[in-house]
Design a binder for this molecule. Sequence first.
Ligand SMILES: [Zn+2]
Length: 462
Amino acid sequence: MVVDKPDALDDSQLASIDALHALHDALLPGTVANALRTDFFRECWAGCDLAHIDRRTLRHLPTIDKESIRAAGEAAQNREGVVCNDVLTSGTTGNPLVTIRSDREQKFIEQFVTRQLLNKPVRRYLRGLHFTNPYHGHLISVPAPIHNHRISVYDAGSFEYARRTLLHSHKDADVAEQCSVLSGLERCLRAFTLDTMARYPEGFPPTGLRLVVSYSQYLTRKWRQRFQDTWRVPVIDGFSVSEVFGSANQCLQCGWYHFEPYVVPEVLGAHSGEVMHEGAGLLALTALYPFQQAQPLVRYLTGDLVEVTHAASCRPGTTAILPLGRARYGVPEPGSDAWLLAPSAILEAVDDIAEVKRIARFADVEQVTDPYAIGHPKYRTSTAHGKADALEVKVELALAREVSGQRRAEIASDVMQHLAQGNIRLQGALRKGTVSLAVDCCDDVRPDMISQAHSGGVWSPA
Ligand SMILES: [Zn+2]
């Protein structure tokens, strides 16, 4: 794709976009050669022309998915001469996908990032407050110019300690005195923020914070606003999958998520499988060698639906995304690449409703006073083919027993309205009669977990 130099883009930005493309083109042949050392990829690519794989020709290779990597097991891995750690990712059926990281690639990453840091020396490290990840066994540390106070939601009294840490100055050699970054899994930040809101109804006193970094869950509008209002700083959301090295972080300048250079992202039409430049599609990632070695993943479908742009972000010509949740919980338009409802659109429509039942989170932690208030809402979306092949979309919402019949009707009607108004394709299909939409209230439902809770967070700042 040829990019005309937009006026807003200065030469250094343009150079960095060109450098990114050059890096991808330079690393793709080695990535393909590394993958070819496995039986899995040799079979998968039988008959493919592998002579000149670069950003443009990558699309001619077949995609792979979680189930094929799981089924292949060690046949999709390079374990020769290395010691490997396991990384677990929960799959659609509940049993985990186990991928591996070799000691060689982890060493390479550490040395590479350390060299990068030496190229841009800082006078003082930043100071951060970090809620550690209670969900992953093997965390891989990546050096970063920040010294973190590391606490766990499970440390008794850690919320109170965290607030004191944010309010006071600290002494460590060559480290800033005040915390400027608050980071952690979205659910941990929810618990900490809600507790702070309850204890400081008039607002938390000013801190040295400049940023909140949330990751590993789809961040809803409501919770983003709560984080911003409570900590009075912008929120950056991070998106990653644990089996791929290289995440995407939301940009404060343009709002889109830009990927780290270690990964080649593509977005594919759900129906056509064609690479898309604009619109909503399925995310496929290629983890570049030598950053990922023992578990090669080339054109790996992550299962996530994302909005993609190559024009609207502050780095035109590169693939920028907005995560929209796990694709299987959305509603695609039959026979096309378009989506009637993104998974995130449904979650956003029900997230604000106080009466919706929720899954308890951190229920065994004493300092979490209302485990339900921070949990995921219980709702489920299903589709069926009705009369004249019209698509019937049904959203079931679990409501508390004491909610009156009148209120139930109001809630159902609000959700219907929210869904129809916010989704133009759905609106058009409803008008044409090719789709029907129903919102039903019920006592309980096995919920759609649309967030990427299965993933993210294994790459932890050292
Ligand atoms: Zn940007």
